[in-house]
Design a protein around this ligand. Structure first.
Ligand SMILES: C[S@@+](CC[C@H](N)C(=O)[O-])C[C@H]1O[C@@H](n2cnc3c(N)ncnc32)[C@H](O)[C@@H]1O
Length: 302
């Protein structure tokens, strides 16, 4: 089983500001496109998308706790998404959010940022909800850290109300980040078409190759939970959940933009880079030349 003390040590020491600043998902407009594909209409950023989901659950009467939406967020990190959900058109106090993580340092920071969340430290390989029921479960960039996937999805499914929703957005690519060299070489061809100045990383060096990839042995030294069964998330999740919507993405985009997204302000030029990479990624995924490394899905219990 995963060395959980090591996992907690790693995530308690993360520089979250840097983590978000250089991450490829922060490229202007990128995630909005993902959420638009997932929901079938423009829903804005992740916070707005979740508000849209919660709002539609409320509007359709799909809440089972005296009109209050019960949210469960797993692997919430330092800035739980639940803390940002606000429903401006509705009376306040309609949400109860329980957010869980293994890192006490993350939970301590979360409690300073948001005072109204219920925060709980658990090793979610052994998720225990003790009979509690929820209307929405949020899994964002977390399931790929879990070895005990069958248990995770079974417990979530049991805890969701019959009309409850799972929102998952997660890495489903190669286990242990052990990427195929042919995929990385293909990513390099696109990367090198970007002007050198926009390929400058925060350490000052120029990015010339997507990244090195990793191995189980290397990750054992840093984060032994990283991508430990990422390639099995989808089949295991599908045993408990029926997707209402599903969108795979983030292979070419990840290879090219990771570590350099901070060089692209929100302007026309950046949008045209995104148009180009987005279209190319869709084409490569459709033809089977690449497989999605990320999956966004909204699902209901089978
Ligand atoms: C990539 S971060 C994602 C954080 C946040 N959901 C986000 O999207 O920014 C992964 C999180 O999973 C947590 N985590 C990893 N393994 C865990 C485990 N076994 N039990 C609970 N939390 C775990 C880490 O502490 C970390 O906060």
């Amino acid at each position: 089983m995963t060395d959980i003390a090591k996992v907690e040590e790693k995530w308690s020491g993360v520089d979250w500001q840097a983590h978000y600043r250089t991450g490829w998902c922060t490229f202007p407009g990128l995630m909005e496109r993902v959420f638009e594909r997932l929901c079938g209409s423009p829903v804005g950023d992740q916070r707005e998308m979740l508000q849209h989901l919660v709002g539609s659950q409320l509007a359709s009467g799909n809440v089972h706790h005296a009109g209050r939406v019960q949210i469960l967020e797993l692997g919430c990190g330092q800035l739980p998404l639940s803390g940002h959900i606000q429903l401006p058109d509705l009376t306040e106090g309609l949400l109860d959010a329980t957010c869980m993580d293994i890192s006490q340092a993350c939970l301590d920071s979360a409690s300073k940022a948001f005072t109204d969340l219920h925060l709980e430290r658990q090793d979610l390989n052994h998720l225990d909800l003790g009979g509690r029921r929820f209307d929405l479960c949020i899994v964002a960039h977390f399931a790929h850290h879990i070895e005990n996937l069958g248990h995770l999805f079974t417990v979530i499914a049991k805890a969701l109300a019959p009309t409850g929703l799972l929102y998952m957005n997660d890495y489903i690519g190669p286990r242990w980040l052990h990427f195929d060299k042919s995929d990385l070489d293909l990513g390099r061809e696109y990367l090198l078409q970007i002007p050198e100045e926009q390929r400058r990383k925060v350490d000052g060096t120029i990015k010339t190759y997507p990244f090195a990839g990793s191995t189980k042995e290397a990750l054992a030294q840093t984060d032994p939970s990283e991508a430990c069964r990422s390639d099995e998330i989808v089949p295991v999740m599908l045993r408990s959940f029926r997707p209402a919507s599903m969108f795979g993405y983030g292979t070419l985009l990840y290879m090219v933009l990771q570590g350099i997204a901070q060089n692209f302000p929100d302007n026309e030029d950046s949008r045209s880079v995104l148009d180009w990479l987005w279209d190319e990624e869709c084409r490569l995924l459709l033809s089977g030349e690449l497989s999605p490394w990320l999956l966004a899905t909204i699902g209901r219990v089978v």
